[in-house]
Design a protein around this ligand. Structure first.
Ligand code: F0G
Length: 465
């Protein structure tokens, strides 16, 4: 068998409405060729994100009925707290409604203007929350992370030499903490090795700097460690997670990923003073410390999800399904970011559409074509999302990678639907010369990808490559 089959059976189904090409063409025009403005109901396979899109288990749904909606001291909070402690090992557990609130609480408490927070690669919301404090968000991942063809088992690793240089240059007093994002979403869902985490810890201990994890996809990272790193083949995912988090001082977590829930997150820390300050802020902006912006039932679903995600049969299927999609595409000659990461396959739009110029937004054009021709929605991670204007010349500075991310929701699509996605993309790849570029007609000053509008340029003109 080429992929691990589903370790679950389906008890409840959600019908999907099929649309015609004409309908999708019209919806695209109305949306200004921005897929964030296409109604989800008109998407056949939705790979926009793996965040908050998981299917919960019968056990989680049963947990919802046991919600204790008391304002203070809900029994679900205690269950949740005990679960988080037993996996992550930190003393204090602060629930939040999603990951970015955990980031906001942490950074608004410990980061001051002029400081610097290194990470392997900051996710957009961590970067934005650091910068919102007037501090610098620095990416210190190994350089291979930016080469889509370089195959390494742990391409999310921190560059320890650059990290040490940064500490020496910036000064320990201006670095309140260092983060490690596991897996490294913005670098393709690539894992960080235990060895790299251990060495990062040792370096930071020498300088007296705390280490925190952005833990959204921690179970996927632990599975990669088990699969790829010497000495872990026989260890349980729980044991790997405990060792990993033992090298840190805390974490932020969006449970919308490896918590297997549709909403939820938390902060877990050892630092008592930070926790006191964060708790005061939590009460001001989010809620009482035993619910933190969530219902009791949400806490119960999250506690159960965090246990389920450690199951190896589940993880083997999960990582296997994403890899299966990557392999089908790679075998058919479609250029993807390699190796395939934990939660998504990334199409390399520069190589998929070599006839488009950078200013014609190749990745956005590819995402639009994939929706119009096959009803599949991915997300552009390229010039629309990360392109910047040089303030001096007004010219666009293009990001290194021009990608379409196909993020796979957890336990939602069957391998047959994933096969459909692969066959659709292979078909599109055969006819790629007919895909034209786009012109941006509206852009907001910040986070422009959410609201940008485009027009289609006349069908492809072939440029010499
Ligand atoms: N950190 C990482 C690594 C993430 O991938 C995300 C969300 C967050 C933090 C923020 O969590 O959405 O619960 O506030 N990533 C989603 C994505 C949105 O599509 O990759 P949140």
């Amino acid at each position: 068998m080429r992929f691990p089959s589903e370790p679950f059976k389906i008890k409840v189904v959600e019908p999907i409405r099929r649309t015609t090409r004409e309908e999708r063409d019209r919806l695209l025009r109305e949306a200004g060729y921005n897929l964030f403005h296409v109604p989800a109901e008109s998407v056949y396979v939705d790979l926009l994100t793996d965040s908050g899109t998981s299917a919960m288990s019968d056990n989680q749904w049963a947990g919802l009925m046991l919600g204790d909606e008391s304002y203070a001291g809900s029994k679900n909070y205690y269950h949740f707290e005990e679960t988080v402690r037993s996996i992550f090992g930190y003393r204090y557990v602060i629930p939040t409604h999603q990951g970015r609130m955990a980031e906001n609480l942490l950074f608004s408490t410990v980061v001051k203007p002029g400081m610097c927070v290194p990470n392997n690669i900051h996710f957009d919301t961590t970067r934005a929350n650091v910068e919102h404090q007037g501090a610098e968000a620095l990416d210190v991942v190994i350089k291979e992370a930016y080469d889509p063809h370089c195959e390494m088992p742990f391409k999310g690793n921190m560059d320890l030499i650059r990290l040490e240089d940064t500490i020496n240059r910036v000064g320990r007093d201006r670095i309140p903490l260092v983060m490690l994002t596991i897996t490294n979403n913005s670098g393709g869902g690539q894992p960080v090795s235990m060895e790299n985490i251990r060495q990062t810890r040792a370096l930071l201990t020498r300088h007296g700097i705390p280490l925190l994890f952005d833990a959204c996809r921690f179970a996927e990272n632990c599975f990669f460690i088990k699969e790829r790193e010497t000495g872990y083949a026989d260890a349980s995912i729980l044991a790997i997670a405990r060792e990993l988090f033992g090298y840190g001082d805390g974490c932020t977590m969006s449970a919308k990923k490896d918590g297997l829930v549709n909403i939820g997150g938390f902060l877990s820390l050892n630092h008592e003073q930070w926790v006191q300050d964060i708790t005061n802020m939590l009460i001001l902006v989010e809620g009482f410390p035993t619910y933190g912006g969530l219902a009791g039932r949400d806490l119960e679903a999250m506690a159960r999800g965090l246990r389920e995600v450690l199951d190896e049969d589940y993880l083997r299927f999960r990582i296997g399904q994403v890899r299966y999609l990557g392999e089908l595409l790679d075998n058919a000659g479609v250029s993807i970011l390699k190796p395939v990461g934990g939660h998504a396959v990334y199409l390399n739009a520069k190589e998929f559409l070599p006839h488009l110029r950078p200013e014609e937004f190749p990745a956005q054009a590819l995402a639009v074509a994939l929706y119009r021709e096959h009803g599949i929605r991915g997300v552009e991670i390229g010039t629309v999302m990360f392109g910047k204007k040089d303030p001096a010349t007004g010219r666009t500075i293009y990001p290194e990678l021009e990608m379409v991310r196909l993020a796979i929701p957890r336990r939602v699509y069957t391998n047959m639907q994933i096969t459909y996605v692969a066959e659709s993309i292979i078909e599109l790849h055969r006819r790629r010369d007919a895909i034209g570029g786009l012109k941006m007609t509206y852009e907001a000053p910040v986070l422009r990808h959410f609201t940008a509008r485009f027009e289609e340029l006349p069908p492809a003109r072939l440029h010499p490559v």
